[in-house]
Design a binder for this molecule. Sequence first.
Ligand code: NI
Length: 263
Amino acid sequence: MLIDSHCHLDFLEREGDDLAGVVARARSADVGGMVTIGTKLSEIDKVIAIAERFPQVWCSVGVHPHEAREQGQKTPDRLLALARHPKVVGIGETGLDYFYEHSPREEQRESFRAHIAAARSARLPVIVHSRDAEEETLKILAEEQGKGAFAGVIHCFSGSTTLAEGALALGMSISLAGILTFKKAEDLRKTAGKIPLERLLVETDSPYLAPVPKRGKRNEPAFVAHTAALLAEIKGVAPAELAAITTENFFRLFSRAERSLAA
Ligand code: NI
């Protein structure tokens, strides 16, 4: 059984998908659970409602770095209040995006630190988005680890081996999405080959970035199987073993997710 550690079911719903069908197709592809990720607190009720609707769907609460200008958090308070909900298993997605830079960098950094503080205090993993901001991502993670331990994952990893090694040294896990299967992602496949199996997760980040052979289609949790199959090949293990290990890793990191709800 696989787990899609990062998807956006509220976006799929907005695009007109019937979520019961999405979850059923995931189940048929042996994807027994998924985390639908919060990106805005103004929309968080919808995200939580989806997690309440399906036993095998969990959620996270957070403000995407793109939204930091409008909704960035200065303190962990609101995140912590939302994190009391039993289906909330992580804090994020947060982090830094200096590629699009939709929000000022200082506001992204401030909100990132507030999310880490919430993760530390709630004992939930922080879900980190990092694009064109590798050095600063590592700097903030290291400084914050110095203030007190927290766990987390670099999601939709597409960075350098330096970022992977730095994040691993800080205790982070690494989640791979469909980009791994793209023709041009040779460097990413090499980096993935170096990441210890026990620190790897898989995700879709759906509705974006559908893996080959679904590339260009609307992505959904069922398709995580394609990314996992390629990852198994890279790591030289059987697909069933890769599934078992990444699922184990998921439940260890997202420890509030009840395994008995996966199906
Ligand atoms: Ni995402």
